[in-house]
Write a protein that binds this ligand. Structure first.
Ligand code: NAP
Ligand code: MG
Length: 401
């Protein structure tokens, strides 16, 4: 059988257990079938340290050039990691660096199987969370008010205009926080959400607390409404999908009662919190995929989970672990499918779908990793190690090729 040719995608290797899985996936599930053509960037922590993190910036710029990238989970260093890896500096989160360069929106969606039932009984289809990954509380200026005194909000415009208002006359100690966001960032978030809804043919929901936050959240609501009316209304109607705005409390209640099958656009903090809730309720973080889409149409695919450190330390001691490679495999299949779509390379897109089907068939046949076995209430399941699991997926894939 001849291997499927492809154009270049950007490959970003990572750390710990996911780095081990990364190699297994390439060796067993990709290289035997595809003429893998990647521009390789090692984002493993030792290489980031060696290059003063330049490698991360180079990888992000390479995604801008080739438009498709796939990334392995990476360590975001903290004080303990600085010690463990004897780092020169506490380097920033690679995901944060890449997101800042691509100015993208992150969409996270669960991979659903028959065997693992969501905790919320009514959920039948995936719920995709779109998180606005800029500003608000993540870029806030905070102050611990030490004593009695007056806090004011002050803006000095370049054009001489100014705004000044008392926030609170403190009669005792307290706390203060100043948040901001930018129209340009909210606009690109809105465009990314509308485009992704059209691409995936799903309804788009958006919710804020505009009844209480009459300027801040109201701005988000108005920008979304304006862009929808001017640019997307007709295309949505033609595609038979809907844009729906409601209050965040109402959205939360509706999401729980829903069947799923829509995109839920969230402000930064809401997206942070709700994506953990949604992924847990669907079963497992190990079954969550993530794609970063830039306003220029660049795509970066990855798993939503981390480097599975606890498993890695066991693996280092020579133990075979039962780490779940599914989200990382789906990061690869997502990237290969997108590459295929952009280039009109149908065999490549078809391969991506077969790879995903081979994964799901393996799970449905009762062969799965420990995390899934724990969530599954079937009695006929076989819990396997990562390499046994990948071998079973390969056997299914070979039958389809
Ligand atoms: P984690 O790697 O997601 O793992 C947390 C726990 O979740 C694991 O110990 C494991 O539970 C379970 N788990 C996660 N993924 C799994 C999988 N594929 N298969 C089976 N079990 C899985 O999170 P963490 O331990 O908080 O973070 C570890 C490192 O990852 C940190 O250095 C962090 O900076 C980094 N991180 C990177 C990214 C990214 O690159 N996108 C995201 C998050 C975290 P059990 O041990 O109970 O089996
Ligand atoms: Mg979070």
């Amino acid at each position: 059988m001849s291997k499927i040719p492809m154009n270049t995608i950007v490959e970003m290797d990572g750390d710990e257990m996911t780095r081990i899985l990364w190699k297994m996936i390439k060796d067993e599930l990709l290289s035997p079938f595809v003429e893998l053509n990647t521009e390789y960037y090692d984002l493993g922590l030792p290489k980031r340290d060696e290059t003063n993190d330049q490698i991360t910036v180079d990888a992000a710029n390479a995604i801008k050039k080739h438009h498709v990238g796939v990334k392995c989970a990476t360590i975001t260093p903290n004080a303990q990691r600085v010690e463990e890896y004897k780092l020169k500096e506490m380097w920033k989160s690679p995901n944060g660096t890449i997101r800042a360069i691509l100015d993208g929106t992150v969409f996270r969606a669960p991979i659903i199987t028959e065997s693992v039932k969501p905790y919320v009984k009514g959920w039948k289809k995936p719920i995709t969370i779109a998180r606005h990954a800029y500003g608000d509380v993540y870029k806030a200026t905070e102050y611990r008010v030490p004593c009695k005194g007056k806090a004011e909000l002050l803006f000095t415009g370049e054009n001489g205009e100014s705004f000044r208002k008392t926030i609170y006359d403190f009669e005792c100690a307290g706390v203060l926080q100043g948040q901001y966001n930018k129209d340009s960032s909210i606009e690109s978030f809105a465009h990314a959400c509308f485009e992704y809804a059209l691409e995936t043919k799903q309804d788009l929901w958006f919710a804020t607390k505009d009844t209480i936050s009459k300027q801040y959240d109201q701005t988000f609501k108005l920008i979304f409404a304006d862009i929808y009316e001017k640019k997307y209304k007709e295309r949505f109607e033609k595609a038979g999908i809907e844009y729906f705005y409601t209050l965040i409390d109402d959205a939360v209640a509706r999401v729980i009662r829903s069947e799923g099958g829509f995109i839920w656009a969230c402000k930064n903090y809401d997206g942070d919190v709700m994506s953990d809730m949604v992924s847990t309720a669907f079963g497992s973080l190990a079954m969550m995929t993530s794609v970063l889409i830039s306003p220029d149409g660049d795509y970066e695919f990855e798993a939503a989970h981390g480097t599975i450190t606890r498993h890695y330390y066991r693996w280092l001691k020579g133990e075979q672990t039962s780490s779940n490679p599914i989200a990382t495999i789906f990061a690869w299949s997502g990237a290969l499918r997108k590459r295929g779509e952009l280039d009109g390379n149908k065999p490549l897109s078809d391969f991506a779908s077969k790879l995903e089907k081979a994964c799901l068939d393996t799970i449905e046949s009762g062969i799965m990793t420990g995390d899934l076995a724990e969530l599954c209430d079937r009695t006929d399941i076989k819990k396997v190690t990562s390499s046994e699991f990948i071998a079973a997926i390969r056997a299914n894939l070979e039958k389809m090729m």
